[in-house]
Ligand binder design. Structure first.
Ligand SMILES: Cc1ncc(COP(=O)(O)O)c(C=O)c1O
Length: 423
């Protein structure tokens, strides 16, 4: 074990606590042990998707080895086992988000589907022609396009909260945009392109003062910080399991029960009904009303294992460790001549977007790949953010709690190599 990997992180009250043993944590992630192009893999593409600990892989495997069965419908042993594990995972998600009731946890395919569900079910029911929907200028496409589609369908208007050159939302402009026509606010908690942590509690409070419900896109927040939906008082909160060290194809939409109760189903099919005749269908209770068809049972159970794993390490310890790692990486990157960091908000999590003078982001990504370093190059599904900064693309290194200072050093050395090659 290398001592350099051990960082002492403060606890909630700022007191030093047991060191964060990143080397031990890395051992839980088999994929991190491999070589890429003859070099040790340095995985810095965590905002796109994160790696899975052995316990998640084992849980999914074990489900298929010993539990595989459909949920909710069977009276036989396997089906009861699968149902218990499935509903147990729902309870884990509810605790993880501090939802007041597991009925408020809807399993979806990911953040994208969660947002589409709200846009189509809540939006088509409660938002009318001439109403306004407010999003921010730093949204991922998945929190833009569903609202644009809704606006086209019902004749509503999409309005956009701007941000400053550091990538911080302009709350005074937000205040001005809120008016009697505003019927919904949908804002990202942590920007995937800039790393900005938005003051989401304040954003929600400002909307609620006018009785406007708020959806939070939490895809990039839940892997990095503790989220308490009751404390935030958000109306909806969406995230994806695969960014939370869980399987792909599974995600969560949290919604306040009274809102979910008032909304019509998003899709029709099995499980979401209580009785069907050709004359009329009676819908199931929450959360099943929004879970038509056979769900991703293995995904849900795997997500539950990921949440257990994270809870054992502790979200506060993860936040503190990543904060230190991000500061270290930001300092190191800032010293390289020709580097411009895109996204310099005071409150940031896990994301370092940057451009290099005269060198395209894809070229940076390609050279880094030869060094075994995985980053992302492109618009990060946030084209309006690129337009705001006048760049076609950025290179983005995104961190997780299994990354190390040594890996950041490798990134910095590789960027120097890029400059040598293209400079
Ligand atoms: C901020 C943000 N929102 C939403 C999404 C969409 O997540 P998914 O593709 O898993 O549905 C992403 C994915 O990168 C994201 O970063």
């Amino acid at each position: 074990m290398r001592a350099a990997h051990k960082i002492t992180v403060p606890d909630t009250w700022g007191r030093p606590q047991a060191s964060f043993d990143v080397e031990r944590i890395r051992n839980d992630f088999p994929i991190l042990k491999q070589q890429v192009h003859g070099k040790p893999l340095v995985y810095l593409d965590n905002a796109a998707t994160s790696q899975k600990p052995q316990v998640v892989i084992d849980t999914v495997t074990q489900y298929y080895l010993a539990q595989n069965s459909n949920v909710h419908r069977g009276v036989h042993f396997l089906s009861e086992q699968a149902t218990q594990a499935f509903e147990g995972a729902r309870a884990k998600v509810a605790r993880f988000l501090n939802a007041s009731n597991a009925r408020e946890v809807i399993f979806v395919r990911g953040a994208t589907e969660g947002i589409n569900l709200v846009a189509q079910s809540y939006g088509r029911t409660f938002i009318k022609a001439g109403d306004e929907i407010l999003i921010s200028a730093m949204e991922h496409h998945s929190n833009i396009v569903p609202w644009q589609m809704l606006c086209e369908q019902i004749g509503a208007r999409l309005r956009v909260i701007p941000f400053n050159y550091d990538g911080e939302l302009l709350l005074d402009e937000y205040e001005k945009l809120l008016n009697e026509r505003t019927k919904f606010v949908a804002v990202v908690h942590v920007s995937n392109a800039l790393g900005t942590i938005n003051p989401i509690k304040q954003i929600i409070e400002m909307a609620h003062r006018r009785g406007i419900p708020v959806l939070v896109d939490g895809a990039q927040a839940v892997p990095h910080m503790r989220v308490d939906v009751q404390d935030l008082d958000c109306d909806f909160y969406a995230f994806s399991g695969h960014k939370l060290f869980g399987p792909t194809g599974i995600g969560v939409l949290y919604g306040k029960a009274d809102l979910l109760e008032a909304m019509p189903p998003y899709q029709g099919g099995g499980d979401m009904i209580s009785a069907v005749t050709f004359e009329k269908t009676h819908y199931n209770t929450l959360p099943y009303k929004f879970e038509a068809g056979t769900p991703d049972i293995a995904g849900v159970i795997g997500l539950g294992a990921a949440i257990d794993y994270l809870s054992e390490i502790g979200l506060d310890a993860i936040t503190a460790y990543e904060h230190e790692l991000l500061a270290y990486a930001t300092d190191a990157l800032s010293t390289i001549k020709g580097v411009r960091i895109i996204g310099t908000a005071r409150e940031k999590a896990g994301v370092l977007s940057f451009v290099l003078d005269g060198i395209h982001a894809h070229d940076i990504g390609t050279i880094l790949d030869h060094e075994g370093i995985a980053i992302r190059a492109g618009h990060h599904c946030a084209m309006p953010v690129m337009q705001r900064f006048g760049v076609p693309a950025t290179a983005r290194a995104s961190l997780a709690f299994y990354n190390t200072k040594e890996e950041v050093d490798a990134l910095i050395r590789a960027i120097h190599k890029v400059i040598e090659v293209f400079g």
